[in-house]
Design a protein around this ligand. Structure first.
Ligand SMILES: [Zn+2]
Length: 778
């Protein structure tokens, strides 16, 4: 027997029950020698071949069925054999006949196949169904991989029809002696007749067989001319418990057009793109018994074999190895990043760092040396560490320092099996304020980090199978969650750290993100999350409920925060003294006032020092005295100042800019600002920049992009005190205004052939800068 390399296997064959495993191995054309697998992997494996395809048959030795065990088989398989790209999930299931349209009989085969609006498998909660009578779909699952769907298409047009081939495989296996032929043969009509009872007729309780059940209650069906199995393509319903109630079965199959009920598919499809194949062994009602299970399993295996024979020849292992080892490179990473979309968190971090003051010295040593941080780092039972604090307490600066510290720590250890990735949420930017963006950002950072070269393949294989637009559809979030879990199962790493700043600023689908954080921890013990957020009860409640959280409250560590704020004041004061040539007594007074008024809030110090930069040294103390302590007081003062600063034209332009910024879903460029805020059209970028800078300290400019200095600044303008002045007619009105202005601008600018290309067949690559200039600011 030829020894093969693990990378030679790209198709998995997953079974839940030992009898399904036996049937699978029995139909293989050849069995290969065993291969070593991950030490924590408890699966039973058999390696073999059907036609030209190498397959790995995987199952649990204990034969526990259900979603969770199936999911475990898939996770193990994926971890030990990352080359496996697709799976067949082959075994038995309960039929759901609706006569005459779906005349499903025992020994037939049901194959998951997409119908409009569904990928072929419905995940539902049986418990809820029983309690409420309502069918509640609990998961959205992908359609089977194209490679199998096209094989099915080939299959359907085959002559003679596949049923005959399957029958032949089955009899060949039974004659070969590789299985117990008595057990796996088709049950005889005398002992175990194929009877479908009326849906409302319950089984005579206590009996193993239907010996005492009323034969008058059997549904009459036309006899078939042969025992050849029929193949049915359509929906399979997958739940965590067994369906054994005729009336419910009929109702659901009528309602949703379900052909089969089973308990494994959803667990596997979550992990690996799969096709589900079910041999029908009962009718999902109270009459179900085990008599048909072995035969049905063998028929399903026969179908799977026949399907594998339809697949084209696999790539030779040499070629594929080259692809995986050598050419997973810049091009692939680029392709994956393009498909993912979203922003690059590394750039976001750089931008935030350049707009904030550098963290001072060892401002986080009290966190690093604290009990909770150490426990989080070392022990698995509390995988979420949440740092909570009010606005302006320096959460983002702490996060940046922690990222730098952890990256450095892991980088220093060259043998480290740790991967780290981070994301900064920002409510004022629609590219950074929703759950999907967070997951995309975390993934894109992992796959593009040259320290983790192997991780990109999980995304690559997914895109190869499902296409580049995969992450644009409404199920993208679920797909990305699944991919994230796959990435985190990579055997080369033992811990994945995800750091997310400002969870409270994830305003789109925060709930989904919180659930994802909890569920990934529950599913994979190698995942840890470190998050920061304001004191928000719903975030706290979610993590507390899951029992996974360790918390560090900045309010409870007021002393440590105050020490760092003092250090910060000290460094800011040094700067001011040099720039503004403060006399010693002024320096002392300013320092004193900053310490008194800051109230342990970095942002307050930052903003106050910005104000101090604007005034001469003799005015510094008076200016500080005029600033109220507390952030909202501060913002209020800035707004009042704007209002009374005299130059009426200036005030009007500033409030126009501020109201545009409050309504906008993302930061605005200086150029856009003219249209969006309806500034005089003769203003150029420099004029706009000057104007933005005179809007108190609400806004900041980085690389010609205007954004809020802090989320709390926007909150202030958006809420009662601020909004009365800035958006007196309400936010709705403001949106309408922006819309109208944008439309007016488009009307003015848009015309046929706006780039003067003159031809329709102009290639994008030939587009020159001057062509693009015309549309850049639109
Ligand atoms: Zn019965």
């Amino acid at each position: 027997m030829e020894q093969r390399d693990p990378s030679d296997y790209r198709i998995g064959w997953i079974c839940a029950l030992p009898l399904e495993f036996t049937a699978a191995v029995a139909v293989l054309d050849a069995v290969h020698p065993d291969l070593p697998h991950d030490e924590n992997d408890t699966n039973a494996y058999r390696f073999g071949q059907v036609g030209q395809q190498n397959v790995i048959v995987a199952g649990l030795p204990s034969g526990v069925y259900g979603l969770t065990s199936a999911a475990r088989v898939a996770t193990n398989l994926r971890r030990s054999f990352p080359s496996v790209k697709y799976c067949l999930v082959v075994g038995i299931g309960g039929g759901a006949p609706i006569l005459p349209k779906n005349d499903i009989r025992l020994g037939d085969v049901v194959v998951s196949h997409p119908i409009p609006g569904c990928g072929g498998v419905l995940q539902y909660d049986y418990g809820k169904l029983v309690n409420t009578g309502k069918f509640e779909q609990t998961g959205v699952l992908n359609k089977p991989p194209d490679i199998f769907l096209s094989a099915i298409t080939k299959f359907k047009s085959a002559y003679p029809p596949p049923g005959k081939e399957i029958e032949e495989f089955v009899s060949r296996v039974l004659n070969s002696g590789s299985v117990d032929s008595k057990m796996f043969s088709r049950p005889s009509p005398e002992s175990h007749c194929d009877r479908l009872f009326k849906e409302s007729y319950e089984h005579f309780s206590g009996d193993e067989t239907c010996y005492h059940c009323d034969l008058d209650m059997v549904v009459e069906r036309p006899p078939r001319s042969s025992n050849q199995p029929e193949i049915h393509y359509g929906l399979i319903a997958s739940a965590n418990q067994v369906m054994k109630h005729g009336a419910t079965r009929s109702r659901l199959s009528e309602e949703r057009n379900i052909l089969c009920f089973e308990m494994e598919a959803a667990g596997v499809m979550d992990q690996i793109p799969s096709l589900i194949i079910r041999g029908i062994c009962d009718y999902s009602d109270s009459h179900k018994n085990k008599a048909w299970q072995h035969y049905a399993a063998l028929v399903a295996a026969g179908y799977a074999k026949e399907l594998l024979l339809q697949l084209g020849p696999p790539q030779t292992s040499k070629k594929r190895k080259n692809r995986e080892d050598d050419t997973i490179e810049t091009k692939d990473i680029f392709e994956c990043l393009e498909a993912l979309g979203g922003t690059n968190p590394t750039d976001d971090k750089n931008r935030i760092e350049s707009s904030k003051d550098k963290p001072i010295g060892d401002s986080i040593s009290w966190i690093l040396n604290g009990q909770n941080f150490k426990q989080w780092l070392a022990i698995k039972d509390k995988p979420i560490l949440r740092i909570s604090g009010d606005p302006g307490k320096g959460k983002t600066m702490i996060m940046i320092s922690l990222i730098d510290h952890m990256t450095e720590m892991f980088d220093r250890d060259t043998g480290s099996k740790i991967a780290i990735s981070y994301f900064f949420c920002q409510a004022t930017d629609s590219r950074l304020n929703n759950a999907l963006a967070v997951v995309k950002g975390l993934l894109s950072q992992l796959i593009s980090n040259p320290r983790y070269p192997s991780l990109v393949r999980y995304l690559k294989s997914e895109i190869d199978i499902r296409g580049k637009n995969y992450f644009e559809d409404p199920n993208a979030f679920y797909a990305l969650e699944r991919i994230l879990l796959n990435v985190c199962a990579d055997p080369q790493y033992n811990t994945f750290y995800f750091l997310v700043d400002a969870l409270d600023e994830c305003i789109g689908d925060l709930d989904r993100l919180l659930k994802l954080i909890c569920s990934t921890c529950a599913k994979a013990s190698r995942i840890r999350w470190l998050v920061t957020s304001r004191n928000r009860p719903e975030i706290e409640a979610q993590f507390e409920y899951a029992g996974l959280q360790l918390q560090i409250s900045l309010e409870e560590h007021g002393e440590q925060i105050n020490t760092t704020v003092e250090a910060y004041i000290h460094s800011k004061l040094q700067e001011l003294c040099i720039k503004k040539r403060y006399r010693v007594d002024i320096q002392e007074q300013v320092g004193q006032l900053l310490r008194e008024k800051a109230g342990g809030t970095f942002l307050w110090v930052h903003l106050a020092c910005k104000e101090l930069e604007k005034v001469y040294s003799y005015n510094a103390v008076a200016t500080l005295n005029g600033l109220p302590s507390g952030l909202n007081g501060f913002y209020g003062e800035m707004l009042k100042y704007l209002d009374r600063s005299g130059y009426n034209n200036d005030v009007e332009l500033c409030s126009k800019i501020l109201s545009a910024m409050v309504a906008a879903f993302r930061p605005l460029s200086l150029q856009e600002m003219v249209t969006i805020a309806e500034l005089p059209s003769e203003m150029n970028e420099i004029d706009v920049e000057v104007q933005v800078k005179s809007c108190g300290s609400f806004l900041t400019i980085h690389k010609r992009i205007v954004s809020f200095v802090h989320q709390s600044a926007k909150d202030f303008l958006d809420n009662n005190i601020g909004s009365r002045l800035i958006i007196p007619n309400g936010l709705g009105y403001q949106h309408q205004e922006i819309f109208t202005r944008s439309m007016r601008q488009l009307e003015k600018e848009l015309r046929t052939d706006i780039c003067s290309l003159k031809r329709l067949d102009f290639a994008v690559k030939d587009l020159k800068a001057e062509h693009r200039d015309v549309i850049d600011h639109l």
